[in-house]
Design a protein around this ligand. Structure first.
Ligand SMILES: *Cc1c(COP(=O)(O)O)cnc(C)c1O
Length: 397
């Protein structure tokens, strides 16, 4: 937590991201954009102090930049972590966190096979090109999952999973990992710090795609890694040398998005929850997957682990593939697009997009049916979303 802000509430820390303290000396209220690759090192003595680390300072924006550092501190503050490393994408954040967590460790990187598709592809590259040992297990078998965690060099976990909204018990996972000293990375992109607090449940690292809810406007790609403990020089060197850093302008846009994050997230939660309940009552819908529903098979774990169900859900149409084609062709307001976390409500078809690479049999085993639709609730009026869904379900109209 930011030492300036221990007593401020979550909404205050969002609204004042990057500008928490009062500026008394006629400074701009909004954080400034230090759009420069390079910094004047000053005298020979000053340059020596900066490069030796004796004094904090900036030299080159891949190593550090004042605007980028401001967003890193704001994100760390929102997650209750020590420090944040800002990256150019969520995948760059995952790569950086894995590299920090696995260095100096033996044993595989343990993860589960319903992790975000982009993370899965990244792991495949690390496995085939860099020979990183990866073990991807079925986390719905909790005993097998915890068993694998108990043999891990490091753990990468994402909950709720996408698109079936399965939960993984973070407390049980981090406790088992601790018994073998394996650091646990939690991808908190879908849940967000508004709904789930991984550090309080024992996580060591949190990664985010800021592309989603944290920036919240679907107008940039970015990420961050947040550490529970202060970073050491090895961590900083990994971040700097992997090179997935951002420019000040993009970092500033994330800060701008963060100011409304608490408000937006409450609205995403509210819309998704209302739509999930409404879908459950519809005869065209065979099944709804949303952690916040009392009918979710892990409702008890949900209550322990999350404060709200989030903005993402999936549902299955009873009419199968044909009904899904018709649904996408009829949507008028909801956008047929990947991603989540922006103002617009989005729908995608996992069997034809994120899970396209799997065989139909593997998809069936994973529970991703051809009739499955993923819905990311935006910020529109819920009645308009319901009306659009309803007219898209209609068989003759
Ligand atoms: C989008 C996403 C990522 C990757 O983020 P990019 O910004 O696209 O690189 C990682 N994890 C989750 C859960 C995501 O939704």
């Amino acid at each position: 937590m930011n030492p300036d802000s221990p007593s401020f509430g979550f909404a205050t820390r969002c609204a004042r991201a990057g500008s928490l303290s009062r500026h008394r000396d006629n400074q701009p209220v909004q954080p400034t954009i230090a759009q420069s690759a390079i910094f004047d090192l000053g005298s020979a003595e000053d340059a020596e102090a900066i490069f030796s680390g004796e004094r904090k300072g900036f030299a080159y924006s891949r190593f550090g930049n004042p605007t980028v550092a401001t967003v890193g501190a704001a994100l760390a503050d929102l997650e209750g972590g020590a420090e944040g490393l800002v990256t150019s994408s969520g995948n760059a954040a995952t790569l950086c966190a894995i590299t920090c967590a696995i260095q100096g460790r033996t044993g595989p990187l343990v993860t589960h096979h319903d992790i975000y598709g982009g993370s899965f592809e990244l792991l495949r590259v690390l496995q085939t090109v860099y020979r990183l040992e990866i073990e991807a297990v079925d986390s719905s078998d909790e005993e097998r999952w915890l068993d694998a965690v108990g043999r891990a060099g490091a753990v990468l976990v994402e909950t709720p999973s996408n698109p079936l909204m399965r939960l993984i018990d973070l407390t049980a996972t981090t406790q088992r990992a601790r018994s073998v000293d394996a650091p646990v990375i939690v991808d908190n992109t879908v849940a967000t710090p508004f709904n789930q607090r991984p550090f309080e449940l024992g996580a060591d690292w949190i990664v985010h795609s800021t592309t989603k809810y944290l920036n919240g406007h679907a107008d940039l790609v970015g990420g961050c890694v947040i550490s529970r403990e202060p970073l050491n020089n090895t961590h900083r060197s990994i971040h700097k040398n992997l090179g997935g850093t951002v420019n000040a302008l993009e970092a500033w846009l994330v800060l701008r998005g963060l100011k409304t994050f608490a408000l937006r997230m409450a609205a995403h939660n509210c819309n998704a929850e209302a739509i999930a309940h409404w879908l459950e009552s519809r005869p065209e819908v065979a099944r709804v997957y949303y952690p916040g529903l009392p009918t979710h098979p892990q409702a008890e774990l949900f209550r322990r682990q999350m404060s709200h169900g989030g903005g993402l859900l999936s549902f299955e149409l009873s009419g199968g593939s044909e009904a899904v084609d018709r649904f996408f062709n009829r949507l008028k307001l909801i956008v047929h697009a990947v991603s989540l976390g922006g103002p617009e409500s989005l729908a995608t078809r996992p069997a034809r997009s994120s899970h396209r690479g799997m065989t139909p049999e593997a998809r069936r085993q994973a529970g991703v049916s051809d009739g499955l639709i993923r819905f990311a609730a935006g910020l529109e009026a819920v009645e308009d979303l319901q009306a659009d869904l309803q007219q898209a379900f209609a068989i003759n109209a």
